[in-house]
Write a protein that binds this ligand. Structure first.
Ligand code: NG6
Ligand code: CA
Length: 506
């Protein structure tokens, strides 16, 4: 008798524990996979056939694929600034593509997306590309580095300070360069050569990957970079191993979390180097795709995602972990190295049906893949056309965790939880997109402000969207932005201009 009561009690407990209601009540872990320069059309689930991305496609199969998801800007630093602060980067000077020796662009007293999650009881980590500046000027890379991610809401950090193509080519863990050697201090300069370090300009015969434009300074691992670096030989990264190193570090964070902090939820900001230049896949991915190095590093990226998903699975964390995969800006083929990305692109459409790419005011500048998987709350195999932006993650995660947003924090961030969960099909009422010029999206309409810059960025062969006159596109009828309707619809243009001015002044 007693045994059967025990059995009933135990099965009731099990039923409660595995019921969706109970699971949904526990705050989810959050894994934000932030890919670099991945285009809307670069994935199997968005139409690519020249490169296979089965692990990433799985996120779409088991969750929701958004067709109108955006980074806040068409380049990295402003997108990341907006993502972490919830503020449009064009509101703040000095948020353009950060030089490798930039000081911290976000001041240490700012509450970021990561701070909000920390306050909500999460343990947080950033692994991968940072590119938001470090320190407070004249940084000495041989000494503890502050401020940095640890001062902006992250409990752990293992970062590429700027980009893979900028010096210093070292990882920074916490406040310290990994592999620092007192006998061989690191020097960095963006104004002129240091010592007798060979450069891409002076010693092209030493290069295993030739530069095309820019990228002709210090040679590290047979690849010349932007900027000059001397010393720190032991600390220098090996590009071919970067995806493995970052993935292993991200997995270690999850593993250690499970062992030591399992009572807390976690937030992992996994900010990949792929598919940015220099594209140097590990030998096991080299030649994987007919697209050359760019396709190979997409395959490599897919493997990294698969590894992370497997770690979640292994610890039975998949169901109540919100996994988001998106990109910091649109695609580019030739971004400064002769890696044959353009020559071998064939019929592949990195931007899908959208016009432009990285650096562009046209849609492909910011319209990027956005996949969201959270099995206990988001139905599998769904798509949504709701307008979403990464700038909204701050307010959305605050709503998700019940954490208040302090006064003045995240001024442009909106709570889009209902859209994320598929309950609201519209998302944002409007969105400002940033490239050379500003654009405004509202419903099916997009207006690009007049701009003086060149219409074509010749170095990268991307249409910038710059035009001396205003442009108006109906994205529902014309997603490729081929028919400028500004002259035919002056009232609509005036209305959108007024809305943009209002937001700008707001
Ligand atoms: C540009 C670099 C480009 C890339 C970009 C930043 C040159 C000529 N081009 O200045 O290669 O590094 O900056 O990319 O140097 S981002 O994705 O981090 O914004
Ligand atoms: Ca980028």
């Amino acid at each position: 008798m007693r045994a059967s009561w025990w059995l009933i009690g135990a099965s009731l407990t099990v039923a409660v524990l595995i019921s969706p209601v109970f699971l949904a009540a526990a705050p989810p872990n959050i894994v934000l996979i932030y890919v670099d320069d991945l285009g809307y059309g670069d994935l199997g689930c968005t139409g690519a056939t020249a490169v296979a991305t089965p692990n990433i496609d799985r996120l779409a199969e088991e969750g929701c694929r958004f067709t109108d998801g955006h980074s806040a800007a068409a380049t990295c630093t402003p997108s990341r600034y907006a993502l972490l602060t919830g503020e449009y980067a064009w509101r703040k000077k000095g948020t353009g593509i950060a030089p490798g020796d930039a000081s911290s662009i976000i001041s240490a007293d700012r509450v970021t997306l990561a701070t909000i999650l920390q306050r909500a009881g999460y343990r947080s980590a950033v692994v991968g590309k940072w590119h938001l500046g470090l320190g407070s000027g004249n940084l000495n890379w041989n000494r503890p580095i502050a401020p940095g991610p640890l001062d902006l809401g992250f409990d752990e950090s293992f970062i590429i300070p700027a980009t893979g193509d900028r010096v210093p080519c070292v990882y920074v863990e916490g406040r310290q360069v990994v592999g620092l050697d007192r006998e061989d201090p690191i020097q960095v300069s963006f104004s002129g050569p240091l010592d007798d370090e060979p450069t891409g300009q002076s010693h092209p015969e030493l290069l295993k990957l030739k530069w095309d434009h820019g990228h002709n300074a210090t040679i590290v691992n047979g690849i010349s970079r932007i900027g000059f670096m001397a010393g720190g030989q032991r600390a220098r990264w090996v590009d071919e191993d970067m995806a493995d190193v970052l993935t292993a570090r991200a997995q270690k964070f999850i593993e250690q979390h499970v062992s030591n902090h399992h009572q807390q939820p976690f937030f992992l900001f996994f900010s990949t180097h792929d598919v940015h230049v220099p594209r140097v896949p590990h030998p096991r991915f080299a030649g994987r795709s007919p697209l050359g190095a760019r396709g190979d590093v997409i395959a490599q990226l897919d493997w990294c995602v698969g590894q992370l998903l497997a770690t979640l699975e292994q610890h039975r964390l998949s169901r109540n972990t919100l996994v988001i995969l998106t990109s910091d800006n649109g695609p580019v083929l030739n971004d400064g190295y002769q890696d044959e990305a353009a020559e071998r692109n064939g019929e592949h459409r990195p931007a899908g049906r959208f016009r432009g790419g990285k650096y562009s005011s046209f849609e492909a500048g910011t319209r990027v893949p956005l996949l969201v998987r959270w099995p206990v709350r988001i139905p599998a195999r769904t798509t949504s056309d709701a307008l979403l932006c990464q700038i909204d993650f701050l307010a959305t995660f605050a709503a998700l965790t019940g954490e208040a947003i302090p006064e003045g924090c995240g001024p442009d961030s909106r709570n889009l939880l209902p859209a994320l969960l598929g309950e609201d099909r519209n998302g944002r009422e409007h969105l400002v997109q940033q490239a050379g010029a500003l654009s405004i999206r509202q419903g099916r309409w997009k207006m690009i402000e007049p701009s003086k810059g060149p219409a074509l960025n010749r170095q990268v062969n991307i249409e910038t969207g710059n035009l001396g006159q205003v442009q108006l596109y109906d994205l529902t009828a014309d997603p490729g932005e081929t028919r400028n309707l500004a002259a035919a619809e002056p009232a609509r243009v005036a209305e959108l201009q007024q809305l943009l001015d209002q937001i700008r002044d707001g």
